[in-house]
Design a protein around this ligand. Sequence first.
Ligand code: Z5A
Length: 230
Amino acid sequence: MAAEIHTANTATRGRFITFEGGEGSGKSTQIRLLAERLDKEGLRVIVTREPGGSPGAEIIRHVLLSGVGKMLGADAETLLFIAARDDHVRHVIEPALAQDIWVLCDRFADSTRVYQGYAGKVDPRLLDAMERVTIGTLKPDITLILDVPVEVGMQRAASRRGTDTPDRFEGENIDFHRKLRDGYLAIARGEPERCVLIDATETPENVADRIWSTLMQRRLILRQPEAQRS
Ligand code: Z5A
């Protein structure tokens, strides 16, 4: 998926919003709903994702999700995620923010912390060093961590997948997915100024409303979505 650009005139500063959460937590659904709402407000928005989001990073995504990265070992697999992020940040995220475009990103550095760190046991010092190299001082304005019980997320993902083969991470066992959830909860507790935990068990529309309210509380947006204004 190449980054998708919605355009409209605005003088508002671009914001960097990352969506995180375990499998099937509804990130892609919520990014789409938020992009639609921001678009209606006349804001310029890019929807992008990791791994991927730039042509080079999409090639690396294919390698990672096929499971080839896993065969190289945990540290080397992590380096592939970092290489993809480096390309994505330099070619998509930073140029968009420099043009005051809002960037909505499906997964970012917290995914590496959680999947490769908490659940995958890569040394946190190595993750710190890699983060410094790739993202430097770039920090999301807000990170929305969508939280659902592991069983709910896995069930949603399985229904969507149908008879397709699970990818590299979908194929991990339930203990791995529980560690992911614990990892996200720990990040949310540790960085409350950046991260907001969103209960994502309700309907997509209710979760979208909750996200909009959160952005209003954090003063990232200033009014109700167009659909709710009379
Ligand atoms: N990874 C990593 O290890 N390290 C890293 O640094 C990075 C990533 C950046 C990318 O997978 C994998 O890479 C990911 C982590 C790893 N592994 N996994 N698993 P991906 O991009 O292919 O997939 P994903 O990011 O995990 O997302 P997802 O599982 O595809 O789900 P989602 O985007 O969170 O959910 P969704 O597609 O919006 O919804 C899933 C289904 O649930 C779908 O049928 C929806 O219609 C339904 N849904 C959504 N919301 C609701 C609500 N509210 N109620 C009921 N049903 C809903």
